[in-house]
Write a protein that binds this ligand. Structure first.
Ligand code: HEC
Length: 159
């Protein structure tokens, strides 16, 4: 009885090991463009709220995140069914200038320049949506703050 149990266990573990070594593992997770864009929408809103609160460190962080999100869009979705222009060209073409302007405004801690650059970025979001037959998806300045668990103001200086 005991020997049969041990044999069964051995057979099972061989099966498990063989199963692990099989190469039909699921493909790596690729975020959809809509998912990446939903994250971009959140960062776009947080960027505005951080700028409005004068939290320039958070502004810089959100600019970095937005840029990474656009890089992901290019990496995972270099083309799109709705446009002949590859997203790998369209995205840098549309977003490089407003992102650079945002960085300059952030470094200068200049609220007026920030607002202007933010609106230019929003224009780029919408320009790209129109270019991909997605013009019905309209991005705006945030009208309120949906993030109830985050303080956008800079924390008081320590020490
Ligand atoms: C390639 C140019 C391009 C740029 C630049 C771009 N988008 Fe998009 N966006 C798209 C496309 C294409 C879709 C539709 C995705 C799909 O096919 O699922 C989309 C979808 C969206 C959606 C809908 C997502 C959903 O599922 O609800 C939102 C929100 C969005 N974008 C926000 C933004 C914001 C905010 C920016 C700027 C910070 C931006 N997008 C910049 C091309 C772009």
């Amino acid at each position: 009885m005991q020997r049969r149990a041990r044999a069964l266990l051995a057979a099972l573990s061989v099966g498990v090991i063989a199963g692990c070594a099989r190469s039909d593992a699921p493909p790596p997770y690729v975020p959809g463009l809509g998912e990446i864009m939903s994250a971009q929408q959140m960062r776009h809103a947080k960027l505005w709220l951080a700028g409005a609160a004068g939290n320039w460190e958070l502004v810089r962080y959100e600019i970095d995140e937005l840029e990474e999100g656009f890089d992901d869009a290019v990496t995972f979705h270099p083309t799109h069914r709705n446009t002949d222009l590859p997203l790998a060209e369209l995205i840098p073409q549309m977003t490089h200038a407003p992102i650079a302007a945002l960085r300059r405004a952030d470094e200068a801690r200049d609220p007026a320049a920030f607002e202007q650059a933010f609106d230019a970025l929003t224009g780029a979001c919408n320009g790209c949506h129109r270019a991909t037959s997605f013009g019905f998806n309209v991005v705006t300045r945030p009208h309120g703050n949906p993030f109830v668990n985050q303080d956008f103001a800079p924390p008081p200086a320590e020490g």
